[in-house]
Design a protein around this ligand. Structure first.
Ligand code: URQ
Ligand code: ZN
Ligand code: ZN
Length: 547
């Protein structure tokens, strides 16, 4: 990155998430040195004419999987082609995922991802780390990653049974540790057990095509897990981030939780905002398979508009792409069985234009909300703001000069990604990047890329993001439950005697043993007592029997 690069962006409308104003932007050494009108700048400055254009913070893609080994193969876009495509689309930072196989070291996986990405990235990046198993060592590694490696976000999968999936007790433990170290807990929210059973059932019906992928995991399977994750996170007062919210049902769950005051953020992705699951029923197998991802795109055609409406009004907070690309010949691993189609779609290059077209050009949101959901909110949630996600003096010069009235038609024939198909094929979008600047260097201008692999940097993120933790901390102060002061109970207590010879103790916790409603121990196979007996006390309390 040329250390002396000096750029003056003149005549544009600077758009931040909270305001827009006509003003110039002067950049030097990768930083925004000054904003304002009639700036006095030194000689030898590159001038970019932004008349009638918008000057916005570069996009931050919160969710990518470059060169991820998954489902027997590896994503075809790597950290070079993926970040090249990102800047061609106006995105200047990606947050990718370290995903250690179950039983392996989180720290070693983090170092492996760093050594893979650092030499290739053309723009800045950071890393979430997936917790795919649980142990005291994992707990210690999470603390090390948060305190020493710049990781303040950990993703847990509730799907991918036996591969990445955690069970509720493990989620409880991981969320507790996230809260302890000041990280945000991210979840892939689908019920992995139901998916496994659903897949068996659909395959048994002779349905092996991509339509089976959605049929086996309808949106209730996503909504149930979303609610469960919110409930578990809330029980430990841990902030939660639901990745790839793909359905109206799950979006409603997130929205209700936020309106109830929960600290939860929902991330719809470009795919779910721009297209739908009707493609799974396309007669062309390759076309249908190209849309397979998890959670699936939903066949309800009103889903994209609904998700965009919630994104516009802050029920949903931030956007990524879940860019996880497999070419058709890789997808064909599942040509006879949809459960073997590698899951993932494109998005990193097209997210900004798709959201401008479906969000701003449609009238659902204004330019400031566009900046919030494509850049600023991600920066705030992941503790990068205002270094990233804002155009102001002292911020990183990650900038996109945007032409809101220009159009482009998305196609795999012209995109910069390595993948051989595009789920937005043929889509006409208003909103086109004209110039992309990555930490003060022009990396894309008028359709020409000027990238150098390795010029992007890893950006560490400190824990305890104020934007996320201020309410959490406040609740820790005021929300502690306390015991009721009362005199000890002095009245009569029944005695209960064993029915099948095992000694029993009054007030035994029903949760720990098998009792009938009448409080009788039930050994396997014994008949239940007459239904007229009922217990007044709640389970786990002392049982008083009424005949
Ligand atoms: O589940 C994810 O987020 C990764 C494995 C990408 N694949 C996908 O279908 N979403
Ligand atoms: Zn996922
Ligand atoms: Zn993902």
């Amino acid at each position: 990155m040329g250390s002396q690069s000096r750029i003056l962006i003149k005549g544009g409308r600077v758009v931040n998430e909270d305001c827009s104003e006509i003003c110039d932007v002067y950049i030097e050494d990768g930083i925004i040195k000054e904003t304002g009108l009639n700036l006095q700048v030194p000689g030898g400055v590159k001038v970019i004419d932004a008349t009638d254009k918008l000057v916005m913070p570069g996009g931050i893609d919160t969710h990518t999987h470059m060169e991820l080994a998954f489902m027997g193969t590896k994503t075809v876009d790597d950290f070079y082609t993926g970040t090249k495509a990102a800047v061609a689309g106006g995105t200047t930072m990606i947050l990718d995922f370290v995903i250690p196989p179950k039983g392996t070291s989180l720290l070693e996986a983090y170092e492996k991802w760093r050594s893979t990405a650092d030499p290739k990235v053309c723009c800045d990046y950071s890393l979430h780390v997936a917790v795919t198993w649980w142990s005291d060592q994992v707990k210690r590694d999470m603390e090390t990653l948060a305190q020493q490696k710049g990781v303040n976000s950990f993703k847990m999968f509730m799907a991918y049974k036996d591969v990445f999936m955690l069970h509720d007790d493990e989620l409880y433990a991981v969320f507790s540790q996230c809260k302890e170290i000041g990280a945000i807990a991210q979840v892939h929210a689908e019920n992995g057990d139901l998916i496994a059973e659903g897949a068996k059932k659909i395959l048994s019906l002779g349905i092996t095509g991509p339509e089976g992928h959605e049929l086996c995991r309808p949106e209730e399977v996503e909504a149930e897990a979303t609610q469960r994750a919110i409930t578990i996170a809330s029980s430990v007062n841990c902030p939660l981030y639901v990745v790839h919210v793909m359905s109206k049902s799950a979006a409603k769950v997130v929205s209700s939780a936020r309106r109830a005051g929960r600290v939860v953020f929902g991330e719809p992705i470009a795919a779910g905002l721009g297209t739908d699951g009707s493609h799974y029923w396309n007669k062309d197998w390759a076309h249908a398979a190209g849309f397979v991802m998890g959670p699936p795109l939903r066949p309800d055609p009103s889903t994209p508009g609904y998700l965009m409406d919630l994104l516009a009004n802050d029920d949903l907070s931030v956007t990524g792409t879940d860019n996880c690309t497999f070419s058709i010949c890789q997808k064909a691993l599942g040509k006879d069985d949809f459960t073997k189609i590698p899951n993932g779609v494109n998005g990193v290059e097209d997210r900004m234009s798709v959201i401008w077209e479906k969000g701003v050009h449609s009238g659902k949101m204004d330019e400031n909300r566009f900046v919030a959901v494509t850049s600023s909110n991600a920066a705030k949630i992941f503790n990068l703001y205002p270094k990233k996600g804002r155009i102001a003096k002292g911020c990183d010069a990650d900038i996109v000069v945007w032409d809101p009235s220009a159009t482009r038609t998305i196609s795999a024939k012209t995109h910069h990604q390595a993948v051989d198909h595009n789920i937005f094929e043929g889509m006409l979008c208003h909103g086109v990047p004209v110039v992309t600047i990555s930490r003060g260097k022009v990396v894309y201008e008028d359709g020409v890329l000027q990238v150098v692999p390795g010029e992007g940097r890893f950006i560490p993120r400190r824990p305890f993001s104020d934007y996320v933790y201020r309410r959490v901390n406040q609740r820790d102060q005021v929300g502690k439950p306390s015991a009721v002061e009362r005199q000890p109970y002095q009245g009569e207590v029944i005695t209960v005697s064993s029915q099948n010879g095992t000694p029993r103790h009054a007030g035994r916790d029903l949760h720990q043993s098998t009792f009938t409603l009448a409080g009788d121990a039930v050994s396997s196979g014994s008949s239940l007592p007459h239904p007229s007996k009922r217990v007044l006390a709640p389970p786990g309390g002392k049982s008083s029997i009424v005949f």
